[in-house]
Design a protein around this ligand. Structure first.
Ligand code: PLP
Length: 405
């Protein structure tokens, strides 16, 4: 397929479409609960607000170096040392407009037409589309044992002479699973032995529960930074609740960073100087904000898992990180798109069909919202699907009677 045709056939971005549906319902006065959102409710950290406001009120808002302002890069270098125990230099860091652009920069820089990129199911919706956009071939590897934890032999079996990279996201969107240390260690070894880039999308890495820890891939590499195949993507969207600032970064070998900088220089140049100032504030300010967000989200997770237990035929893997879980709804409906539409129509609750993440029969439920949303959202699902739930429910002051079970 030629390039323009591929772009013309790009499906609408799923979450923009979901947001549109929510807006339309709310505008019509309908009390919709969203378990679809992928962003926490907290306000941006005060330090981020202060540094970006200072930048703005100074009026000196100009281009920065394409790969990011030296002071933000310094903060990222410190972050990398603290969280990854890895010493890197400014030439190993490139800052972009969100982790999304970081991943896209990486794929554009690494993938030749027909190169294959391994994506582990269930996966973040954008990975396959991004790979296709750079004329690569997404190769989806799904754990055969029905779990959400990838297994090395299945990945090895999917490798070919065209494999250029593997994308790993742990804690995982959409399953909430944290991949084991031994798996990450084996994967690093495999990638470095076979010369395959390992793109670690660590955007949720501090959002882990019950003492779990997302293993930093750098811990297992024997190669020095310049020859290592490990590339780490990170950002402030999820950990600091700063999705709207659009700020992410990549840590990797200097040659690749240089290539990506040249590329970015022709596309967006530097990310907004105001967002860079905000990210610097977030990274250098008190880190209690991340811990407080983590605790709030962990509590929401507990509430969601407890509420879901009320659905008799549901199977749920308890999330160890992120703000999503991916229950198996096949006992209720094997077609997740149909089920998500049904739940929106009948129960006024937004869920995301698992088919979008390579997990048909499942729904992704977000617990990033309020406890009230989590509780009421699941209660509505229970009412709509479970014959043992009371047949009446109040949505606002509207009494709804179930007449389909
Ligand atoms: N990677 C994963 C796994 C995500 O879930 C998201 C956002 O939902 C991103 C990357 C993009 O993050 P950003 O907002 O920094 O572009």
């Amino acid at each position: 397929m030629n390039h323009a045709q591929r772009i013309a056939e790009l499906p609408p971005y799923l979450f923009a479409e979901i947001d549109k549906k929510i807006e339309a319902k709310r505008a019509a006065g309908v009390d919709v609960i969203s378990l679809g959102i992928g962003e926490p409710k907290n306000k941006a950290p005060i330090q981020a607000i202060l540094t970006s406001a200072a930048k703005l009120s100074g009026g000196d808002v100009k281009y920065t170096p394409t790969d990011g302002s030296p002071s933000l890069k310094k903060a990222i270098i410190r972050y990398t040392e603290e969280h990854y125990d890895k010493l890197v230099g400014p030439e190993n860091v490139i800052v972009s407009t969100g982790a999304k652009q970081s991943i896209y920069n990486l794929l554009l820089s690494l993938v030749d037409p027909q190169d294959e990129v391994i994506i582990l199911a269930p996966y973040w919706v954008s990975y396959p589309e991004m790979v296709k956009l750079v004329s690569g071939v997404p190769v989806i590897v799904t754990p055969e044992d029905g779990t959400f934890h990838p297994r090395l032999p299945e990945i090895e079996a999917a490798l070919s002479s065209y494999t250029k990279a593997i994308i790993v996201n742990s804690p995982n969107n959409p399953s909430g699973v944290v991949f084991s240390d031994s798996f990450i260690a084996e994967l690093v070894e495999l990638c470095e032995r076979r010369g395959i880039y390992l793109i670690m999308d660590d955007i949720y890495h501090q959002l882990v529960f019950d003492g779990a820890r997302a293993a930093p891939a750098y811990r297992f590499t024997k190669a020095d930074l310049e020859s290592s195949k490990v590339l780490v993507v990170n950002g402030v969207s999820k950990l600091y609740g700063m999705t709207g600032f659009r700020l992410g970064w990549v840590v990797g070998p200097r040659k690749l960073v240089e290539v990506m900088t040249n590329l970015q220089g022709q596309i967006t140049s530097n990310p907004s100087a105001i967002s860079q100032a905000a990210a610097e504030g977030a990274l250098t300010g008190g880190q209690g904000v991340v811990e407080s967000l983590r605790l709030t989200i962990q509590n929401n997770r507990d509430v969601m898992v407890r509420e879901l237990q009320g659905l008799t035929d549901l199977r749920t893997v308890c999330p160890q990180g992120t703000f999503y879980c991916l229950p198996d709804f096949r006992a209720y409906n094997k077609k997740s798109l149909e089920l998500a539409d049904f739940l929106l129509k009948k129960a006024l609750v937004v869920t995301v069909p698992g088919s979008e993440f390579g997990a048909e029969g499942h729904l992704r439920l977000s617990f990033a919202g309020t406890v009230k949303d989590v509780k009421q959202g699941v209660e509505r699902i229970k009412w709509a699907l479970d014959p043992s739930a009371p047949s009446e429910i109040y949505i606002g002051d509207r009494r709804m009677v179930r007449d389909w079970l």
